[in-house]
Design a protein around this ligand. Structure first.
Ligand code: 0O2
Length: 204
C-alpha cells in the first residue's frame, strides 16, 4: 500500500527536523542566558500511517495525502514538557516569534481546563516554507501541532490515556471524579512550585 503521505514523507521529516533544531537552539540560548533549562524534555513524531488512516476515517475524510497534510493538522506532533508554568508561556512566545512560522490556532486547556481535568496548551503551527514533491506538485504548507505542558500535567495525561484503554471499568463515574481530583491537585502543585521559584528568584 502507498504511503498516506504520498511522496511528501521525506519533506515532512525535513520540516520536523528543522523546527526541532530551532526549538533546541532556543533551549540552548535560554540555558546560556539564565542557567536554567527552557524545558524538561521534548518529544516529537510523524503520525504513524495507521493512526493517520484511522483519523481520516474517523473524520469522514478520504485517505489521501491532502487530507493527511491539510485537513488534519497533526501529521507533525511535538510535545514540550516544561518544569514550570511560566516556561510554557515563554516557549509559546518563542514559537510565535519564529520566522516562517505562523500560529494558526491556539487552545489554552490550562486556563480553560477540559471537564475531565486535562490541561495543556496546544498550538497549531503553519510552516510557511512550501514543500514540493518530486513531481513538482505542491501540497502547500505543512502543519505541526505543539502541545506544551508541565511535568505534572504530562504525568496525568499519560496515565489517563493509558486508563482510557481499559474497557472493563465497573464504576466510571467514580474513576472520572477521582481523575479530575488528581488533575486539580497536580495543578495546585504547579502553582505552588511556580511561586517557590519566584520567591527564590526574588532573593537573587
Ligand atoms: P495522539 O495519539 O495523542 O496524537 P483532533 O486533533 O481534531 O482529533 P481536537 O479535539 O480538535 O481533536 O484536538 P485537541 O483538543 O487539540 O486534542 C488533540 C490531542 O490532545 C490528542 O491527540 C491528545 O494527545 C491530547 N488530548 C486532548 N484531550 C485529552 C484528554 O482528555 N486526555 C489526554 N490524555 N490527552 C488529550 P489524539 O488525537 O488523541 O492523538
Amino acid at each position: 500500500m502507498d504511503s498516506i503521505y504520498g511522496s511528501y514523507g521525506p519533506a515532512l521529516q525535513a520540516a520536523l527536523e528543522d523546527i526541532i533544531g530551532r526549538i533546541r537552539a532556543y533551549s540552548d540560548d535560554i540555558k546560556a542566558k539564565t542557567g536554567e533549562a527552557a524545558y524538561e524534555h521534548l518529544i516529537y513524531r510523524i503520525k504513524s500511517e495507521g493512526s493517520m488512516r484511522e483519523k481520516c476515517d474517523r473524520k469522514g475524510l478520504p485517505q489521501t495525502a491532502y487530507s493527511a497534510l491539510h485537513d488534519i493538522r497533526d501529521a507533525i506532533g511535538i510535545r514540550i514538557v516544561c518544569c514550570f508554568l511560566d516556561d510554557i508561556y515563554r516557549a509559546i512566545d518563542f514559537l510565535k516569534s519564529l520566522d516562517g512560522v505562523r500560529v494558526v490556532e491556539e487552545k489554552d486547556y490550562i486556563r480553560h481546563v477540559k471537564p475531565n481535568g486535562y490541561r495543556s496548551y496546544h498550538v497549531i503551527l503553519e510552516l510557511e516554507e512550501p514543500y514540493e514533491d518530486v513531481t513538482g506538485a505542491n501540497p502547500g504548507h505543512f502543519y505541526a501541532e505543539v502541545q506544551l505542558r508541565t511535568i505534572a500535567m504530562d504525568s496525568w495525561a499519560s496515565l489517563e490515556h493509558q486508563m482510557k484503554y481499559k474497557h472493563d471499568i465497573k464504576n466510571p463515574e467514580l474513576i472520572v471524579r477521582e481523575l479530575k481530583r488528581c488533575a486539580d491537585e497536580l495543578a495546585s502543585c504547579d502553582v505552588s512550585m511556580q511561586t517557590i521559584r519566584n520567591l527564590i528568584h526574588a532573593q537573587e
